[in-house]
Design a protein around this ligand. Structure first.
Ligand code: FAD
Length: 474
């Protein structure tokens, strides 16, 4: 059981880190004690901001000796309260934001080593100057850090072609819970020395130690992209279109996002300067993007495939972006869904995955189950259809106090959604992780064998439980 940090521990940490790296100032800590969604509010005995791997290791050694709890934090853009300390005020916030150097870019090998606190957007900019691209992006790229992205095994809109963070991490440097440094940055293609610690840290949510740096795979910067906004009848037809594009031009297909009309409608109502790409409304839309080097070939491929899909009755209408600005406008519609939804009122968010072929059935059946159990509840599914992952949001019935409805029914609504997902062999967290938000439901619905294995790993590496207590697994 972690203990409250003693005054002598706080003094030792302050001496170690100096004024730039140690703070107990309430105003300085305040922005980092509430999560991005504003759902979780914590307190901390101090905020520690080491500037090097050696400083992180020294911090962890001091805390391990004193059994003091550490909550690693990057950009605080996580969605499940994973980086928010508890309300006791006894935990120490360990910010990695000062570790923000891109240490090395190996252009020939297509590998860069970035420290944990490098912000995703800055990393994109840094590698682009070498004609390279880190093929993972997401709406929180202006805040999310490499350490946070590794620790949540983040996804985003290019997983279809390039995979999640786990596929992009070539090596890792981490400080383990006893304060020792694991240097696994060498980007080995083949390494069969047993358990893969690199992958263990992907998605560990700060419960197994601190990621201090990562070696990351890069690809050549795409010089061309083609984007289409496509009206379709249903998730089934969207999936049939995906299969068709994948078979014909899958090597260049980077994005395939499913959007219901209700989401587009919310964006158009709430986000200034947005407009519908198609003249008529359609029940569902697909935002598809190809990336590559040959602009003409990409354009011909996309136009040809979509014309054939129109002829086959798979697609109702298509708008092709004529230039980069129009592509950005299409993506803005997609990326603004969460903001527009927030303006519409409270909702229960579930980021779930099921096998891709079962997704249309889930999207159709789950609202029926919800309607039977919670009359008037409205469900919206949008996102990464090609990955079998949608954001499945449930809004309260119209005309009632939404916050009160969520307070009364939220847990049962989510249980209904997650139980359905588990029945289909899916995951209750496709992207955002477990954090504190889903810890109890994971313990309730996951298989005993899997939970026991997760606990074994956690207790084996962190027997005193000082790393991010209360998150992911007990
Ligand atoms: C607008 C918006 C859109 C988003 N879209 C997506 C999306 O499409 N796909 C997706 O996957 N996510 C998405 N996210 C969620 C979020 O951006 C990711 O979870 C991101 O990986 C969090 O990075 P962070 O640096 O902010 O981590 P934090 O929020 O600070 O931390 C997240 C977790 O990682 C741990 N952690 C952080 N740094 C370290 C470290 N160095 N060592 C060990 N543990 C650490 C924390 O303890 C916590 O458990 C979105 C967020 C926003 C705000």
């Amino acid at each position: 059981m972690p203990r409250r940090p003693s005054p002598s521990l706080l003094r030792a940490l302050s001496d170690l880190l100096g004024v730039k790296g140690f703070s107990t100032d309430a105003d300085a800590m305040a922005p980092w004690l509430t999560d991005w969604r504003g759902k979780y509010h914590g307190r901390a005995a101090a905020m520690l901001s080491p500037a090097s791997t050696e400083e992180v290791a020294a911090v962890v050694r001091l805390c391990a000796e004193a059994d003091a709890a550490l909550v690693p934090q990057g950009g605080n853009s996580g969605m499940v309260g994973g980086a928010t300390p508890d309300a006791s005020g006894d935990q120490l916030l360990l910010s990695l934001r000062r570790m923000n150097r891109v240490r090395h870019i190996d252009v020939a090998a297509g590998i860069a080593i970035a420290e944990a606190g490098v912000i995703l957007q800055s990393f994109h900019d840094a590698v682009l100057t070498h004609g390279l691209r880190f093929p993972l992006t997401l709406g929180g790229k202006g805040s999310a850090t490499i350490g946070g992205l590794v620790s949540t095994n983040a996804g985003g809109t290019q997983v279809l072609r390039h995979g999640t963070m786990r596929a992009l991490v070539a090596g890792i440097e981490a400080v383990l819970p006893d304060g020792s440094i694991f240097d696994g940055l060498a980007p080995l293609k083949k390494d069969n020395r047993g358990y893969d610690l690199r992958h263990l840290f992907c998605g560990a949510e700060g419960t197994l130690g601190v990621v201090t740096a990562a070696a990351l795979h890069l690809v050549r910067a795409a010089t061309a992209r083609r984007t289409a906004w496509i009206g379709v009848e249903s998730p089934e037809t969207a999936l049939a279109l995906l299969r068709r594009l994948d078979a014909a031009i899958g090597r260049t297909l980077e994005g395939f996002e499913l959007i219901p009309h209700a989401c587009l409608d919310a964006v158009l109502r709430h986000i200034p300067g947005t407009r519908a790409p198609l003249a008529d409304a359609h029940p569902w839309y697909v935002l598809a993007e190809l990336a590559g080097d040959d602009d003409t070939a990409l354009g011909d491929a996309l136009e040809g495939q979509l014309a054939a899909a129109l002829d086959a009755g798979l697609v109702r209408d298509v708008a092709l972006a004529k230039n980069d600005r129009e592509s950005d406008d299409f993506w803005r519609l997609r990326d603004s869904i969460s903001e527009a939804e927030r303006a519409d009122g409270p909702a229960l968010q579930h980021d779930i995955s099921v096998p891709v072929d079962l997704m249309p059935a889930f999207i159709a059946d789950n609202p029926v189950r919800l309607g039977a159990a919670f009359p008037g509840a409205r469900a919206l599914s949008f996102g990464h259809l090609g990955d079998g992952n949608v954001h499945h949001h449930v809004q309260p019935p119209h005309g009632i106090d939404g916050a009160a409805w969520i307070a009364a029914h939220g847990a049962d609504v989510s249980r209904l959604v997650y139980t359905h997902v588990v029945e289909l062999g899916g995951s209750i967290s496709a992207e955002h992780g477990i954090g504190q938000m889903k810890r109890d439901i994971l313990a309730e619905l996951d298989s005993p064998a899997r939970l026991a294995a997760l606990r074994g790993v956690k207790h084996g590496l962190d027997p005193a439980g000082i790393f991010n207590p209360g998150k992911l697994i007990g």
